[in-house]
Design a binder for this molecule. Sequence first.
Ligand code: ADP
Ligand code: MG
Length: 619
Amino acid sequence: MAEINILDHQTIDKIAAGEVVERPASVVKELVENAIDAGADAITVEIKDGGISLIRVTDNGGGIEKSQVGNAFLRHATSKISSVQDLTSLVSLGFRGEALASIAAVSMVEMISKTPEDLTGIRYVIEGGVPKEKEEIGAPTGTTMIVRNLFYNTPPRKKFLKQPQTEGSYVADLMEHLAMSNPRVAFKFVFHGQTRFYTTGNNDLKEIIYRIYGREIAKELIPFEKEADGVRVAGLLGKPVINRSNRNYEIFYINGRYIRSTLLSRAVEEGYREYLMQHKFPFCVLHFQIDTDRLDVNVHPTKMEVRIADGSSFYEAVKQAVYDTLHRQEMIPQALLSEEPGEKQTVRQSVPEPFEHRRIQEALSVRAPAIEEIYQKSRRTAEPAEKPAAEPVETSVERQNFSPSEGEPAGVQMELFDDRLLSVKAREQYEILGQLFETYWLIAYQDKLLIIDQHAAHEKVKYERFMKRFYEHDIVSQAVNPPMVVTLNGKERECYLHHAQDFAALGFVIEEFGGSDYAIRGVPMDLYGYEEEQFFYEILDELAEESVTGTPESIRIRIATMACKAAVKGNTRLSREEVQKLIDELLTLENPYHCPHGRPTIISMSKYEIEKKFKRIVT
Ligand code: ADP
Ligand code: MG
């Protein structure tokens, strides 16, 4: 018979730790939440090896009493009021009284803390749950937690971790989400000795987005606000020009907590529908205030999914509000951030440490605005000057015009014809009749009327030309002058670094530019002149979504395809001669009927259909 053993405390702690501590990102999350609970308004997080070998979280909060230090690391020890309500609602910050004990059980922790009342601080070392050192030392007010060698004493759990780069990208994602949900806290995130981003704690969500995602994103944001059905939403919607290739940038908070929600994603995407091409997703940061009794509380505190009770009316309200906001916005010119990129660079060097932060704030007597002011502020920045209708967003035009209205004998896609009507020989047989809606070319061809979408055709031809070069290893790089500086977030950076050699092989010349900035100095020749930074982001988005594997050659071809699709979005005006050339080239292609994004390039109407429509033929 198997002997039944009583587990010792350390074993129990190690097992329990699994609940709270899954990976470096979960340690960072708990430590940062503790810092926020302690009233800190400046928090620095530093990690090494993706947080596996080192996590340091420094705050300027209230610190821990010397006499309380040991208690803080005991299981179920908490200084915070915790009622049952607190535990079951999403308002509470995760587990109560478990975090420090759990973290200390599976790592080597060093803590330095000082309360404002004390003159000296305390240094406390605890390894694998066993206290090692405790001494009085000089320290600034606040707390520093250093967590080293995560899972050093639980090898199976350590093996479960991903590569440091991947773990680091989870931490980076988390830090970005934390910064956006705590706009009044000044965050600094240091990754391998480099400041990846910092925020100023001035309660301006737009500025935080600027610091995390860069200028190109921040300048394309629309303030969004809605109150309906007992729910408040406020935040920022990205204009369609910054649509992404995955859902990672649909950033939602409910009652201050970052969450994922299929319901919210769908509602927002539906609101964006006219502006989203296939496999495209909006960029948005939205804060929801929802009564906790409407939330499914049966959710694991470390999980981010949440369910909302009677979601359908809520869904409609969100969808409609997003739709309305985007439609209003079409008339509105871009609101630019006043800050210049150069300024960003200089400030980066001098981000104050948490302990300096409060002093500086006081010296400047900067008042932290009330949380309600946060969105008003960004709204002011974006205050529109009336301007006549801007050009409609291209994607929506294409979308509308390509869905044949029901009941019509609308154009049939060419590929439906099994005889390949178009060939080089056919050139002599077609006649360009003219252009329609500045987009479509009408072409008479034998007993057909062909309608060619100039943009799609242009894309298709460019794409084929570009891919041919790749297959033939005929790559030429073209210098981008001046270089484009892009700011990469955690995931994007990881993807880029992982594929840096592939990008180089494809003709991209990209250099580090300090922090999370990279300078694009060269692009493949055929892609020159398109929106380099935009398509670079798109490739990274796509790589983040589907990790490409295979031979180096196949990976490169895959990236080349992504690059080209992202870059070649024809929106050039072409003269009749150019169109003639374009059509000639199009007709030599294997499959001229679809653009690289899958939309048709040519539709056709037969004489038969036309005559039927005019009732010349009765069937
Ligand atoms: P909980 O946060 O649920 O109380 P933790 O294990 O995370 O449990 O922390 C235990 C206690 O340690 C907290 O209740 C708090 O009193 C103290 N503590 C932890 N981190 C900090 C910090 N950064 N600043 C001040 N006190 C802290
Ligand atoms: Mg805690």
